[in-house]
Design a protein around this ligand. Structure first.
Ligand code: NAD
Length: 503
């Protein structure tokens, strides 16, 4: 079946009407073939502002719904996602070019975070704290925050929204979502799935979830709007540099989930079979288009010659092709700009002395689709493009001899998202995880840099933005904390022994 027709049928089954995806100005192309599959009407700035106002009204009633009842909505969202998993996963593959298991895996991640958030809805707890005053009690309460703005990137078009939305909703907030302009179809599908859950839940205020269709200008409206106390923005570090000061200017909160330039270290004692598989998935999986993709690999000189030929072979033989028509492990790049960026980085790497394997365009019958062979680049040192994130499947490999030096090199880039070490030496792995080790938000031992589970807090340091979302206690960022002191005595002692007797 023609991909355009298939997309329309999928969307119809998911609950998106034809009028929502045709006749508009926002052209949606599938990277699988490069052809246009929809044309969506985009919203104006004024429509965006009214959507935010509507969400704010919804928040005013939602905040008073008991948290476990809010959890019921998210439980039903999880049920609807289970029912829609096959169709939504396929739509992710069409819109982003992910291979089927990764498209479905992304939806599974949404289901997992819903389960997590349902449990969380009964665990939004504060502390009771010892007070120095007799007959007093001190405690913390956590309150809903307001409208949470979610800006998401193309490469996780649905999971990132759900990480934020599931938590924000159980925390008593409304959500206004600005998806990537490259992936509006999956966002429309999520809105339809959410609407079904809301209808089943009953009593959900209209406007609790609003989705903005359009380009980054709508994101700017969201960022500047006084009724949005928190924006969770996922995307490039460039985007973060624009968004962060605007939010700071009006003292709004930010959860920034920005670019990564993730490193791995292969030590002398590493299990090379295990390392090879982890490196291959981390660096070539999702066609190198994950924020946690492995981009820099440091290999100890004693195992370099054992590992490199095997890695090179993996690069030469990995299958590249359409995720819809073949069983290839590597799908397309999102668009031509991504391909141009990759070629430019490879040229720069070569001029810095890099030895490149792969990186060529794979010709298909689709002239407007950009399939590439993943590139393995042996670098004499960490320099030039190695220091930056290029959002494409390029793995730079460097040899090291000294453990302290390699930790310093590993940390000597702007981004600080994910990292991993392959070793059987306890002292190396513990040092990597210690205060003097990896400076990233995610540090792994004997697994790759990508493929995080939702139970842990997700995010990174430095130019990755410092935000945390998903599991652990990341929910606290979606609520406001009040410290309450209650006097049940008949006196009024002041703290720190201060006296202020007015008569
Ligand atoms: P991008 O920065 O081009 O766009 C991301 C989103 O930001 C889009 O919705 C876009 O419309 C919006 N946007 C851009 N400029 C804006 C502005 N000035 N104001 C408001 N909104 C604005 O990123 P992309 O190409 O879609 O995604 C790839 C990037 O995202 C990579 O750098 C990748 O590492 C990063 N990423 C990070 C994480 C993470 O959790 N750290 C996850 C996924 C992707």
């Amino acid at each position: 079946m023609d991909i355009r027709t298939e997309t329309q049928e999928l969307l119809e089954r998911l609950g998106v009407s034809k009028s929502q995806i045709s006749g508009g100005d926002l052209s949606v192309r599938t990277p699988v073939t490069g052809q246009e599959i929809a044309a969506i009407p985009s919203m104006s700035a004024a429509e965006t502002s009214s959507a935010i106002e509507e969400a704010h009204e919804a928040f005013r009633s939602w905040r008073s719904v008991p948290a476990p009842k809010r959890g019921e909505l998210v439980r039903l969202l999880g049920e609807e996602l289970r029912a829609a998993k096959a169709d939504l996963g396929r739509l992710v593959s069409i819109e982003v070019g992910k291979i089927p298991s990764e498209g479905l895996g992304e939806v599974q991640e949404m289901i997992d975070i819903c389960d997590f958030a349902v449990g969380l809805s009964r665990q939004l707890y504060g502390l009771t704290i010892a007070t120095e005053r007799p007959g007093h009690r001190m405690m913390e309460t956590w309150h809903p925050l307001g409208v949470v703005g979610v800006i998401s990137a193309f490469n996780f078009p649905v999971a990132v929204w759900s990480w934020n939305a599931a938590l924000a909703l159980v925390c008593g907030n409304a959500v206004v979502w600005k998806p990537s302009e490259k992936t509006p179809l999956t966002a429309l599908a999520c809105a339809a799935i959410f609407a079904r859950a809301a209808e089943r839940a009953g009593g959900v205020p209209a406007g609790l979830l609003k989705v903005l269709m359009g380009d980054r200008a709508l994101g700017e409206v969201l960022v500047d709007h006084p009724k949005v106390p928190l924006v969770s923005a996922t995307g490039s570090t460039r985007m973060g540099r624009e968004v962060a000061p605007r939010l700071a200017k009006r003292f709004a909160r930010a959860i920034l989930e920005l670019g990564g330039n993730n490193g791995g270290i292969v030590c002398p004692s590493a299990d090379l079979d295990m390392a090879l598989r982890a490196i291959a998935f981390g660096a070539m999986g999702t066609a190198g288009q994950r924020c946690t993709t492995l981009r820099r690999l440091f290999v100890h000189e004693s195992v370099y010659d054992a590992l490199l030929p095997r890695l090179r072979r993996a690069y030469e033989t990995v299958t590249v092709g359409s995720p819809l028509e073949t069983n290839a492990l590597v799908g397309p790049l999102i668009d031509r700009a991504a391909f141009d960026g990759m070629r430019k980085a490879l040229d720069r790497a070569a001029s810095e002395g890099g030895k490149v394997t792969g990186g060529e365009r794979v010709e298909t019958k689709h002239a407007d689709a950009y399939y590439v062979r993943p590139a393995l680049v042996e670098m004499p040192r960490q320099a030039g493009p190695v220091l930056e994130e290029t959002f494409a499947p390029i793995l730079y490999v460097m040899k090291y001899s000294d453990f302290d030096e390699v930790i310093a090199e590993h940390n000597a880039v702007g981004a600080g998202l994910s990292s991993s070490i392959f070793t059987r030496d306890l002292s190396e792995s513990e040092r990597f995880l210690s205060a003097e080790g990896s400076d990233c938000g995610i540090a792994n031992v004997n697994i790759g840099t990508s493929g995080a589970e939702i139970g842990g807090a997700f995010g990174g340091e430095k130019e990755t933005g410092g935000g945390r979302e998903s599991g652990s206690d990341a929910w606290k960022a979606y609520m406001r904390r009040a410290t309450n002191t209650i006097n049940y005595s008949k006196a009024l002692p002041l703290a720190q022994g201060v006296s202020f007797d007015i008569d």
